[in-house]
Design a protein around this ligand. Structure first.
Ligand code: NAG
Ligand code: NAG
Length: 220
């Protein structure tokens, strides 16, 4: 069951053509998600440092994820959108998998502009646009700055691409700076397999969980 819980941190940073953020940026991404599994509600929340360079096709996110308010996991996820390979690093172990789909960098062309509005009040406002689009079986509402298409938040509902379970998720982006100060965040750690067959999702997650099995038993 825990591998299902973990899957919910692998959410989408979605953005499309015409409305695209800077090619490279970094910032904090707060995530929250909720879902039902075997008739029981579960939650995950986390704060990740996120780095992306769309020219390289690389995304790195690292930070803490808390599952069911009980279990804190330090994770790092690196995605290579050109090679369609993802690396998951947790508890000193690294696994490699084939990506189900590319991480979107822009709001898709066919997204609906739901509304143009603002955050804040009076003179302290930020003009924003809310877009709606489908990403596979997930409905996404993305709020971005009207000028520059800088991501602010994403609300996701639907079927998770990895687990095929229904879920809701929120991602909030803050502290963004343009560019990536330390390009080595995209280096694949030496503990990661350099070649060979990519492990499938289930193998990845069961490896991740091997050292937290005791806690897992407590919350199942
Ligand atoms: C936009 O296009 C994608 C694929 O090209 C499709 O899956 C989606 O349903 C379309 N509509 C919206 C509103 O996202
Ligand atoms: C992104 O990657 C490209 C290609 O390697 C590189 O030329 C560029 O400097 C990178 N941008 C940042 C901000 O790191």
């Amino acid at each position: 069951m825990l591998r299902l819980l973990l899957a919910f941190v692998l959410v989408v940073m979605a953005m499309g053509k015409g409305c695209c953020p800077p090619k490279a940026w970094e910032g904090f991404v707060g995530t929250m998600s909720g879902f039902m599994k075997d008739g029981k509600p579960h939650s995950s929340k986390g704060l990740l440092m996120y780095h992306t360079n769309d020219t390289l096709g690389m995304v790195d996110s690292e930070g803490d994820i808390i599952i069911d308010r009980l279990l804190t996991l330090k994770i790092r996820i690196i995605k290579d959108n050109n090679k369609m390979i993802g690396y998951n690093i947790m508890n000193g172990k690294c696994t490699k998998k084939t990506l189900v789909r590319k991480e979107l960098d822009c709001i898709p062309e066919n997204a609906t502009l739901v509304r143009s509005t603002y955050l804040g009040a009076g003179p302290e406002t930020l003009a924003v646009k809310v877009y709606r689009f489908m990403d596979g079986d997930t409905e996404v509402y993305s709020t971005v700055t009207s000028s520059g298409c800088i991501p602010l938040d994403h609300v996701l509902t639907g079927i998770h691409p990895d687990t095929k379970a229904e879920f809701i998720g929120v991602e909030q982006v803050s502290g963004i700076t343009v560019g990536v100060k330390d390009p080595s965040v995209f280096d694949i750690p030496s503990i990661c397999p350099s070649s060979g067959v990519s492990s499938d999702y289930v193998t990845t997650m069961s490896l991740w969980m091997s050292s937290v099995v005791l806690i897992a038993k407590l919350i199942v």
